[in-house]
Design a protein around this ligand. Structure first.
Ligand code: NDP
Ligand code: CA
Length: 316
């Protein structure tokens, strides 16, 4: 389904789903830590079988492989070796940066700490440099959140011989932490300006912050000139209505809470990358009455997938 001319978008959920079109395909996904989903998360509407690792592991791999991405930016990964075991057989390498004090470690029978991971196809890009940073607050104190960075050189197609930086991050969650998220957003924006101002950027993450938040605004207003790819899905340039939709059990006799909003983003340097295709978000009917996660969707977060075309400077 072609929605526009050059620069428009094609729904990669249809005929193109498994066919990578030669541009750089990047996937952003908070895949939901196994260590949290059956306990502290309180997903009351999700059948417990759907959260059982024996079932969910295959849904996670299916979700990753469905879109044939060249680069995967993932959060809440507490099963890096498991995913690596599958993706390595398909020519991917990966790296992982755990959170300093992952809440997963406090759960019984946990899989280890959760953190951010990046996987890349070795036939599409070569890793030049890997880096990670603990996000700091305004008083320069370390927080419990990280960003993982990989500098790549394109090996194929439109990206051949182009260098770019790819970042995966996961900001502080929960109500009442807007100011900390703002400070983490400021820290990351400054860090990227100081270390990567000259290089095209792909910044993916679960920012736990809605489009009007200070944390997201600081990135959108940055000199890094980031474009939020999913705003291109709407005619008015608005972000999607949701990238996560779930109901959590109320605490101590409180009512259950339904949360439906956009907190995941796939930003790119607006000057160097043109968005060619985006994966459509599932409709409310597709998501279904039990919301996320479910038997069909292994995470409470929706996958974002973008096909990116490198734009030569003199063509701008
Ligand atoms: P965050 O506040 O960032 O949240 C941790 C995880 O909980 C996220 O992955 C988040 O998912 C999920 N989450 C979000 N909202 C809720 C909710 N309402 N109910 C349940 N889970 C939710 O965690 P921090 O990184 O700040 O870590 C918490 C700290 O708490 C750690 O430093 C650890 O020491 C401590 N801790 C201690 C425990 C103990 O038993 N002593 C237990 C757990 C944590 P998403 O991002 O998708 O919203
Ligand atoms: Ca979560």
């Amino acid at each position: 389904v072609k929605l526009g001319e050059a620069g428009g978008m094609v729904d990669v959920n249809g005929a193109d789903r498994r066919q990578n079109n030669g541009y750089l395909r990047v996937m952003q996904w908070n895949l939901l830590a196994q260590g949290l989903c059956q306990s502290s998360d309180g997903f009351v509407l999700c059948p417990s079988d759907a959260l059982d690792w024996q079932f969910r592991q295959f849904r996670i791999i299916e979700e990753l492989l469905s879109y044939s991405a060249d680069i995967y930016c993932l959060e809440e990964v507490d099963n890096f070796s498991f995913i690596e075991g599958y993706l390595s057989k398909l020519g991917f390498k990966g790296c992982f940066c755990p959170k300093p004090d992952s809440p997963c470690l406090y759960q019984a029978n946990n899989f280890g700490p959760d953190g951010c991971a990046i996987f890349w196809s070795e036939s599409k890009v070569r890793l030049l440099k890997q880096d990670s940073v603990i996000l700091h607050d305004d008083k320069n104190r370390e927080t419990n959140q990280v960003a993982l960075m990989c500098t790549f050189r394109g090996l194929a197609g439109n990206m051949k011989d182009k260098d770019f930086l790819c970042v995966a991050t996961h900001l502080k969650s929960k109500l009442g932490y807007d100011e900390l998220r703002h400070q983490q957003g400021k820290f990351l924006e400054k860090y990227l300006r100081q270390t990567a101002a000259e290089i095209p950027l792909i910044l993916c993450g679960d920012f736990n912050a809605d489009p009007q938040s200070k944390a997201v605004s600081v990135l959108k207003a940055s000199n890094l000139q980031l474009k939020s790819t999913y705003t291109l899905l709407s005619s008015d340039g608005a972000e999607p209505v949701y990238t996560t939709w779930k109901v959590r059990a109320g605490r101590k006799g409180q009512a259950n809470t339904e949360v439906c909003h956009t907190i995941d983003y796939l930003f790119v340097s607006g000057k160097q990358f043109q968005v060619v295709q985006l994966l459509k978000l599932p409709t409310p009917e597709e998501i279904g009455p039990g919301f996320l996660p479910s038997y069909s969707y292994p995470s409470d977060h929706i996958s974002l997938v973008a096909d990116l075309k490198f734009v030569e400077f003199d063509h701008i």
